[in-house]
Structure formats: structure tokens, C-alpha cells
Write a protein that binds this ligand. Structure first.
Ligand code: BGP
Length: 460
């Protein structure tokens, strides 16, 4: 074994409720924005399987957990569906949902798999969206109550908690670049959504501290995109620094350090783009910092100075301050259009060590989505050697980071089994396990067996 990881390393995979559960109209579940969006605009999506059935984890969770164990998982991240647990977003919990999540948690524990639970993975209850979603302070309070319910119901068994998955994605998708519902394009509103999400996060951390979960840890999961300048030229360096402020530090700094970066605040102020806030909100953010950070890493951000000044009459956007460029010779995942740059994972960890107090962290997502994987079937199994290479490439750099003292405790692949995705439905498959969309039959891919040996040897 060339790359051995520290004892007790977490190996497993990550998922989210909307993407795997299905049963959207069963078990007393309320609607969330995805159920709704899929209903009103089914043509937006790549194929006909939507969140109403997804991968049917709701019915097949026992089989799935058995398979997780078989392929070496010692941990598994899933999310609780807010609209399943508390239909409508506030008020009474749904006993059928409590039952379901209890079964999942107990089944995981019985199989020696540590549950890592995310409270919010893009899935706003529809009723709360209609009240304004994250633009509304009342929704912040509703989220805090929902979080408190989760700690009370499951905190005796779940120790690893995460408030939000990639909180910036609903900001970008829903309020800036028009790829998620509610399809608004407005920076001020986006900034409000971002700020209220962070406030909701801090309030959930407060609720967590109040719940006093023994041995429990709470964190947030951020998709960090290391921001590389095209050159060492000061204008390029500045462009990369500003992109980093918008897309990484806007959540990373308040979550870990308890404060927003001054340069970002000054910039937004100068352009009249600061969201509304109260003084005490900042105290909350300062007082309720995280214990552990989840890092989702897919791709870097390649940035250069702008060739032309932005049109001052165009709506304010982060792209007023930088342009993107394609690094010559870069490696791509053509299906997703994302650059593959393994060293990015190392750069993220070194940055966390040097600038963020070497906070305890783990890789909470990393993975490769590929179209038409049936092409690679031989003897009834998908031979996804590209996925194995992808994982290895990232783990080599992660291993180096750990050797150099970075506080990394685990690696969760995106994802356990093929699942439904937000805008691509089932086009790109990420799973260790393939899912037949018609029969829902699960079949491990070659990578699943490789992952098993990885986890069992604690290295490769
Ligand atoms: C992350 C999300 C996941 C997952 C993944 C892959 O941003 O947290 O939910 O979907 O990306 O992205 P996609 O499915 O869009 O290819």
C-alpha cells in the first residue's frame, strides 16, 4: 500500500434526499421547490425520471445500506428532507417521516456505518418559498425550528451534523445565473439570500449547542473552488482574489472565522449591494462557529483581469471584476463541462491549514459524472476505470496534504448510486452503483469493488 490514510479515516459516499428518495407523494411528504419545478417545467429536464421517483431509496434503503456495507463504507452522508419531516416547512413533524429517518439511521448503525446528516440540500419547502424563501427572516426562524426538531429527534444517534450543503449554489442558481427555481437574476436579492442562509446556519449552530448532543459535531458543507489567476500580473491576481471573495470566502470566512472579509463588505458597500441586516445578526455569526467543515470539490476557477470595463448600466454582477479563461492543455470531464484538476484539493486543504486555523475538515463530495455508461458494460458490470483513476488522482493529493499536517478526516465520494440531479436529471451518472431506471435494480460498478478495497485497506 503506497498511500495509507490515518487510522479512523471516514470512507463512504454522499447523497441528498431529493436526489435519491423518490416517494415524493408518499408518507405525508409536502412539496418542495424541486417537486414543483419538475411538475411545471418537465421539459427542462433531460429524461422522464424526476424527483417523484428518483432512485427510490425511500423503499429500498435497507438493500442500499446492505450494499454500502458490502463495498466498505464506514460512513454515509444523506440529507433530511425538510418538506418530508415538516410538511409546509413549519409546525408539526410528520410521524411517518420520523419513522423513515429512524429506520435509516438505525439500519446504518446496525451495519457499522456512521450517519453524516445534512439538514438542507437545496430543498426549500414550497410554502416557504412562496413566502419569499431565504429572502424572508421568518424563513430563517422556521429553519432554526426545523433544525432543533432534527437534533431532538435524532441527536441521540447522529453525531455528525451539517447545516447546509453548498449554500452558494441556491444563490447562484436561483438568484444570479438562472439555473434553479425561482429563476431570479438580481444581485441584491442574491446577496440577501446568501446573508440569510448564513444567519440561518448560525442559528442552527446555536440550536445545536443548546441541544447539547454528546460527542456531536456540527459544520457546514461548502463547494470550494480554488481561484487561480492566469498570470502573476497584479491585475490577474486581483481578479482571482475578488472571485475568491465572492465564491469561497463569502461563506467560508463567516462559517469558520465568524466574520465576513472586510474587502468584500467594502466592495459591496461601494456598489450599493449590501444586503439588509441587523447588528445582532453579526453577533450570532461571530458566536456560532463550526466544529467541522465539509469540502465539496469538483473544479477550480480560472480567472483573469477583464479585457474591457463592464458597462456601468448593466446589472451588477461578480463578473464585473474578472473574466474566466480556459487554461491551455487542461483536463476536462466533457460530460459535465468541468475541468479536472486534482491538485486543487491539496491547495484547498493547505489554505484551510494556513488561513483557517487548520479546522477539522473532510472531503464531503468529489466525483465524476459520465453519460451513457452502458457503453462500458462487460460481463454485466460497468467497467468505470476512469472513475477509479479520478478518485486515485485526488486521493494522492489529499494524502500529501495530510502528510503535511492538514486536518483531513475523511473522504466521501459523490455518490453512492446513480441519482437524479437538479438540472441534468439522470444524464450524468456518478454512482459507485448503477441504477436501472425502469426496474430500479442496483448493480455495483467496478469502482465499487475498488472502493471496497480502498476502504478496507485504508489506502491504496
Ligand atoms: C453538487 C451537489 C450535488 C450533486 C453534485 C454533482 O453541487 O451538492 O447535489 O448534484 O454537485 O453535480 P451535478 O449533479 O449537477 O452534475
Amino acid at each position: 500500500i503506497r498511500y495509507r490514510f490515518p487510522a479512523g479515516f471516514w470512507w463512504g459516499s454522499a447523497t441528498s434526499a431529493t436526489q435519491i428518495e423518490g416517494a415524493a407523494r408518499e408518507g405525508g411528504k409536502g412539496k418542495n421547490i424541486w417537486d414543483y419545478w419538475y411538475e411545471i417545467e418537465p421539459n427542462r429536464f433531460f429524461d422522464n425520471v424526476g424527483p417523484e421517483t428518483a432512485s427510490d431509496f425511500y423503499h429500498l434503503y435497507k438493500e442500499d445500506i446492505r450494499l454500502m456495507k458490502e463495498i466498505g463504507h464506514n460512513s454515509f452522508r444523506f440529507s433530511i428532507s425538510w418538506s418530508r419531516l415538516v410538511p409546509g416547512g413549519r409546525g408539526k413533524v410528520n410521524p411517518e417521516a420520523v419513522n423513515f429517518y429512524n429506520h435509516v439511521i438505525n439500519e446504518l448503525l446496525k451495519n457499522g456505518i456512521e450517519p453524516f446528516v445534512t439538514l438542507y440540500h437545496f430543498d426549500m419547502p414550497l410554502e416557504l418559498q412562496e413566502e419569499g424563501g431565504w429572502e424572508s427572516r421568518e424563513v430563517v426562524e422556521a429553519y432554526k425550528n426545523y433544525a432543533a426538531q432534527c437534533f431532538r429527534l435524532f441527536g441521540d444517534r447522529v453525531k455528525m451534523w451539517f447545516t447546509f450543503n453548498e449554500p452558494i449554489v441556491p444563490v447562484e442558481g436561483g438568484y444570479l445565473y438562472d439555473f434553479h427555481y425561482p429563476n431570479v437574476v438580481d444581485f441584491r436579492r442574491a446577496a440577501q439570500v446568501a446573508f440569510h442562509t448564513m444567519l440561518a446556519h448560525a442559528k442552527a449552530v446555536e440550536a445545536f449547542r443548546e441541544a447539547g448532543i454528546r460527542g456531536g459535531k456540527i459544520g457546514i458543507i461548502l463547494n470550494l473552488t480554488p481561484s487561480y489567476p492566469r498570470s502573476r500580473h497584479p491585475a490577474d491576481m486581483k481578479a482571482a482574489r475578488i472571485a475568491d471573495l465572492f465564491f469561497n470566502r463569502s461563506f467560508l470566512d463567516p462559517a469558520v472565522l465568524g466574520e465576513y472579509p472586510e474587502e468584500l463588505v467594502r466592495l459591496l458597500q461601494e456598489y450599493g449591494q449590501l444586503p439588509a441586516f441587523r447588528k445582532e445578526d453579526l453577533e450570532w455569526i461571530k458566536n456560532y462557529k463550526i466544529d467541522i467543515l465539509g469540502v465539496n470539490y469538483y473544479q477550480p476557477r480560472r480567472v483573469k483581469a477583464k479585457d474591457h470595463l463592464p458597462n456601468p448600466y448593466s446589472p451588477f454582477m461578480p463578473e464585473w471584476f474578472f473574466d474566466y479563461y480556459e487554461m491551455p492543455g487542461r483536463k476536462m470531464n466533457p460530460y459535465r463541462g468541468w475541468e479536472i484538476y486534482e491538485k486543487g484539493i491539496y491547495d484547498i486543504m493547505v489554505n484551510l491549514k494556513e488561513n483557517y486555523g487548520n479546522i477539522e475538515c473532510y472531503v464531503s463530495e468529489n466525483g465524476m459524472g459520465v453519460q451513457d455508461e452502458e457503453r462500458f458494460i462487460r460481463d454485466g458490470m460497468i467497467h468505470d476505470d476512469y472513475r477509479i483513476e479520478f478518485i486515485k488522482g485526488h486521493l494522492i493529493w489529499l494524502h500529501k496534504a495530510i502528510r503535511e499536517g492538514c486536518n483531513v478526516k475523511g473522504y466521501h465520494l459523490w455518490t453512492f448510486m446513480d441519482n437524479w440531479s437538479w438540472t441534468n436529471a439522470y444524464k450524468n451518472r456518478y454512482g459507485l452503483v448503477s441504477v436501472d431506471l425502469r426496474t430500479k435494480k442496483r448493480t455495483p460498478k467496478k469502482s465499487a469493488w475498488w472502493f471496497k478495497s480502498l476502504a478496507e485497506n485504508n489506502g491504496f
